[in-house]
Design a protein around this ligand. Sequence first.
Ligand code: IPM
Ligand code: MN
Length: 353
Amino acid sequence: MELKIALLPGDGIGPEIVGEAVKVLNSVAAKYKHTFNYQKALVGACAIDATGDPYPAETHAVCQGADVVLFGAIGDPKYDNNPSAKVRPEQGLLRMRKSLGLYANLRPLAVFDSLADRSPLKTEIVKGADFLCVRELTGGMYFGRPQGRSEDGNTAYDTCVYTREEVERILHLAFGLARKRRKQLTVVDKANVIATSRLWRQIAKEMAPQYPDVTVEFMFVDNAAMQIIQRPTHFDVIVTENLFGDILTDESSVISGSLGMLPSASVGAKVALFEPIHGSYPQAAGKNIANPMATILSAAMMLEHVGLEKEGKAIRDAVNKAIEAGVVTEDLVSAAGKAASTTEVGDFIAAAV
Ligand code: IPM
Ligand code: MN
């Protein structure tokens, strides 16, 4: 197969971890006789530095012209405590999601048996946890307008908006994904307080009869935050709005032992985007210590998305081998082990493919 891949390494550790994923992809291409063509583009703080725009038109064109996008991370500390910065790297990511029509963010969480003891939660609680969080990605408070400040600067406001169409398309996707898994769907909302949540709940109830084989439950987001930690094995597919999904997926990542393990896919219109759920980890940039596994597993999701199932599985198996061999970065290394570098982990996985 010939595949056009847009590479958006971004900021911080982004270039290092995307570099390792490319190494692994090249090894897959050689073994399974595929041609992967890469085209690089700028996004985030590096794009602001080069062009003044965190998501330049040229980057958008590269993404639109590709079959899939592999993205690293964005963010730079020079913007973090500077609320008055006019352009921010995050705006690039949000515009990219919106303009590419990526309305669904799929964040799977699975605990690798051999890493269960690395979780800060008790091993018997996390063992066997395996769920998928479907986060709505282009609506809600992130994009609702008006957003801003009163003239005197002393009042600020955001708007949370959802339309029936936006809610239906994400729920259809989540019901369909539940159908392919253990057929349990948890709709997370705050319908006791928030109007958009009441719309979500109403629409989910209307749609449920179309999916009679899927069991639906409703859970308030505060309770869900607690249940995810207390009994993570309860969940199969969770579907929720943008901001709740942002928060719950960072929380969920802790269960697996490291934020450095979790991949994600953003889908919607023609082109799909794959990225680790972690950020740009600027303190580690250039040190060859960051965990590349989340990005490598994102590349596996990317191949599966275009129908290359056995190639995706080959990457997953190779990641498992690295974990079992103890070839892991410092976030995962056991007390007795020695941490491997980013490039050592990438080399091992590329060879194991
Ligand atoms: C994420 C990130 C982004 C988000 C930020 C960087 C805008 O936290 O992908 O989860 O809030 O969506
Ligand atoms: Mn987040």
